[in-house]
Design a protein around this ligand. Structure first.
Ligand code: DQA
Length: 144
C-alpha cells in the first residue's frame, strides 16, 4: 500500500491553540485521524511535524528514496527556505507528487506570506480550506 507522507513545518504542532481564528480549533492528532479515515484502505498516512528545517529536508530526501508521495505544509518556511525548496524539487524531479498545502489562504494575509518559494516546483498547491486543504490534496494524490 502507498504511504503518503504528510509533512508539517514549524508551529503546526501548536494547532488547536495557535490562532484558532486562523487555523481552527482542532489539533494535529485530529488532522491525522481525519486523513487516516479518508485514506481507508487506499493509502497509509504517515503524518509528521517538526520545527526543524534540517529534519524536514531529511524527510523529503527519504520521500525521494522511498518514492512516497508528499503532502507538505511548509508553514513559515514556505516564504523563504531555499534549502527546503531544493529538497522538494528533488521529490518532484524524481516524478513523485508533492502537493503544497496551507490551512489559511496566505494570499489573503500579510504581504510576506504572498511569496512561496515552494510553489514553483510543487505538483500542485491547495490553500485556504482549513484541514480540507489536506483532504483535497490526499484525494488528488490517490487520484494520481
Ligand atoms: C500556513 C501559512 C503560513 O504563512 C504560516 O507561516 C503557517 C501556516 C498555513 O497552513 O496556513 O505557519 O502554512
Amino acid at each position: 500500500m502507498t504511504t503518503v507522507l504528510v509533512l508539517n513545518g514549524p508551529n503546526l504542532g501548536r494547532l488547536g491553540s495557535r490562532e484558532p481564528d486562523v487555523y481552527g480549533a482542532q489539533d494535529i492528532d485530529a488532522l491525522r485521524a481525519i486523513l487516516e479515515s479518508d485514506a481507508g484502505a487506499s493509502a497509509t498516512i504517515d503524518l509528521r511535524q517538526t520545527d526543524d528545517e534540517g529534519e524536514l529536508i531529511r524527510w523529503l530526501h527519504s520521500a525521494v528514496d522511498a518514492a512516497s508521495p508528499v503532502i507538505l505544509n511548509p508553514a513559515a518556511f514556505t516564504h523563504y527556505s531555499y534549502g527546503l525548496r531544493d529538497a522538494a524539487a528533488l521529490v518532484t524531479k524524481a516524478g513523485v507528487p508533492l502537493i503544497e498545502v496551507h490551512i489559511s489562504n496566505p494570499h489573503a494575509r500579510e504581504e510576506f506570506r504572498h511569496t512561496s518559494v515552494i510553489s514553483g516546483i510543487a505538483t500542485g498547491v491547495i490553500a485556504g480550506f482549513g484541514f480540507d486543504s489536506y483532504r483535497l490534496a490526499l484525494r488528488a494524490i490517490i487520484g494520481l
